[in-house]
Write a protein that binds this ligand. Structure first.
Ligand code: PMP
Length: 544
């Protein structure tokens, strides 16, 4: 039986005093690293640091051997036919850019490239760029490639799709790609395996694909390194993306010849310490029983969906986007009533890490008519207890915020001038302060006319629009946002400056103000950036 507790004990981050109560459910963004992966980075620099493929001394040989060992391990890990099919890149994004750019000179006007609606931006934008310069056309298949066969025709040159969706967790059914490959062997098939690798074994030899990409940091490896698998015959004729040392066969004054092996795409010094850590990561994987891990993760995914379904039944204002069938352990929630940023903020306060936003899949969520979602993504070190804590905290938010805030009758029309920041001083715990800030955010009226490009405050976690006006030497401000928390935080700032003169505004020590309100330590970096962006806008107005 797979033992998640033992598995987790190998990840030192969870033992650190700051993280002992952490519930980490943002594994689709990045996974934590086992001790052996972390050690390998230190080991490389303390024992073996030399540059690979260059100098003739011992350390350079050690580094070269390490690089080639990792290449062989990578080939074995994904079931590739040879290590010559493996290119080290900085991650899936670079791998996809290399592939797309490599086909730039092989595509012409009218050629078609099929992507699917669920693609990560990393598998859309590079192809858009290539289409701009080659006049080829992008065609989009439905989620899970339901209609992909009907889109294929003589003009189809490439199909580039995800093997599992980062936004919904759905594993792509490879059968339709298999049939297409049989019927049209010349169509190039690219699979983005970024999300799949940590959850399902990969066997490229038996898969219908010519290229496969992934990032080490998503499968317990280090950041800074990823893989690009390509069939040897194809790799040797793709134009590289980077030019320089290492990828060269011969350099003349006005022309150069590039090697045909994987080094063709590895110009410059490779991220050797990351590759050393990746090698340790492959060793780590070789010690796991994959079948048992898959079985455990499937059970955990089933449990996650069971709990979330119950929550959605109880609070119909939230709903699941996606399905538990063929899912790598991702549950994605949306709501027409609540801002997901507010719920993410609430969970973060309880040390529960999830992701909120559009997950680099804007076309998907636009097609589903969903603005922002909250994603819970599992890894093998998660347990039922993690899920229970997350769902119970989520429910806590829904319970606390189920009643709309009603405006006291005597206040009538509401704006920031009616807020008194001193109300926050009296609240001694974070939950109460959070509730008050949410309440302020909810009380401030929606102002659709404010929502213009010029009023958009860049740097906020959710969209925030701010506008100001100067009347008789005093400044007045208005805000709008989908997120009550973001709007409430803006209100905390604006109620201090509303109706004040320039000298007063510029003299306020906002850092001290946030400290006094006890908000400082609750503002994550991205939220601090948002607060700073609001302050900058306010100061810009005051300087006018
Ligand atoms: N594709 C998918 C499906 C992803 O989930 C991601 C990362 N979220 C990427 C590509 C890009 O990976 P990276 O940022 O590591 O290059």
């Amino acid at each position: 039986m797979f033992d998640p507790i033992y598995f987790k004990s190998q990840f030192p981050l969870f033992d650190h005093s700051e993280n002992q109560s952490l519930v980490y459910l943002d594994n689709a963004a990045t996974t934590q690293k086992p001790q052996c992966v972390i050690d390998a980075i230190v080991d490389f620099y303390t024992k073996a640091n030399g540059n690979a493929n260059r100098s003739s001394h011992r350390l350079a040989r050690v580094a070269t051997n390490l690089l080639e060992k990792a290449r062989l391990q990578a080939a074995e890990f994904i079931g590739a036919e040879s290590k010559n099919t493996i290119v080290f890149t900085s991650g899936a994004t670079e791998s996809l850019n290399i592939i797309a750019n490599g086909f730039r000179d092989k595509l012409s006007s009218g050629d078609e490239i099929i992507l699917s609606l669920v693609e990560h931006h990393a598998n859309i934008v590079p192809w858009q760029e290539v289409c701009h310069s080659s006049n080829a056309k992008l065609v989009f298949a439905e989620i899970n490639l339901n209609n992909v066969k009907s889109l294929v025709n003589k003009k189809t040159k490439i199909i580039s799709v995800t093997a599992a969706s980062n936004a919904l967790g759905l594993v792509t059914d490879l059968n339709s790609l298999r049939e297409i490959k049989k019927q049209y062997p010349d169509i190039i098939i690219v699979l983005d395996g970024s999300q799949l690798v940590a959850h399902k074994p990969v066997d490229i030899k038996s898969w219908p694909c010519d290229f496969f990409v992934c990032s080490a940091h998503k499968f317990y490896g280090p950041t800074g390194v990823g893989l690009l698998y390509g069939r040897e015959s194809l790799l040797s004729c793709l134009l590289p993306l980077k030019f320089g040392g290492e990828m060269i066969d011969n350099v003349e004054l006005h022309k150069s010849y590039y090697v045909t092996g994987p080094e063709r795409f590895e110009g410059g010094t490779s991220p050797l310490s990351a590759i050393a850590a990746l090698s340790a990561c492959f060793d780590f994987w070789s010690k796991q029983d994959r079948a048992q891990m898959v079985q455990y993760e499937n059970l955990l995914t089933g449990y996650l969906y069971e709990k979330i379904n119950k929550l959605c039944d109880k609070y119909p204002e939230i709903y699941l986007v996606g399905d538990k069938k063929s899912n790598i352990g991702i549950a994605t929630l949306a709501s027409n009533q609540y801002s997901m940023a507010d719920i993410g903020f609430w969970l973060d306060e309880e040390n529960i890490a999830v992701r909120v936003g559009n997950h680099c899949a804007q076309p998907l969520f636009r097609s589903l008519n969903v603005r922002s979602v909250l994603r819970i993504s599992l890894a093998a070190y998660n347990t039922r207890e993690d899920i229970d804590k997350c769902v119970s905290s989520f429910e806590g938010f829904l319970r606390e915020n189920s009643q709309p805030y009603l405006l006291p009758k005597e206040k009538g029309y509401f704006d920031v001038s009616l807020l008194d920041y001193r109300e926050l001083y009296g609240l001694n715990n974070w939950q109460h302060r959070y509730k008050k800030i949410m309440q302020w955010g909810s009380l401030l009226p929606s102002r659709p006319r404010l929502r213009s490009e010029e009023n958009l405050v860049v740097g906020c976690e959710s969209f925030l629009w701010l506008s100001g006006e100067k009347k008789e030497g005093k400044y007045y401000f208005w805000v709008d946002s989908d997120s009550a928390v973001v709007k409430g935080l803006a209100a905390v700032i604006l109620c201090r400056v509303f109706g004040e003169k320039k000298e007063t505004i510029l003299a306020i020590d906002f850092q001290q103000y946030f400290l006094d309100l006890g908000l400082e330590k609750h503002l994550s970096q991205s939220r601090v950036n948002g607060v700073n962006a609001i302050l900058k806008s306010v100061f810009d107005y005051a300087e006018r």
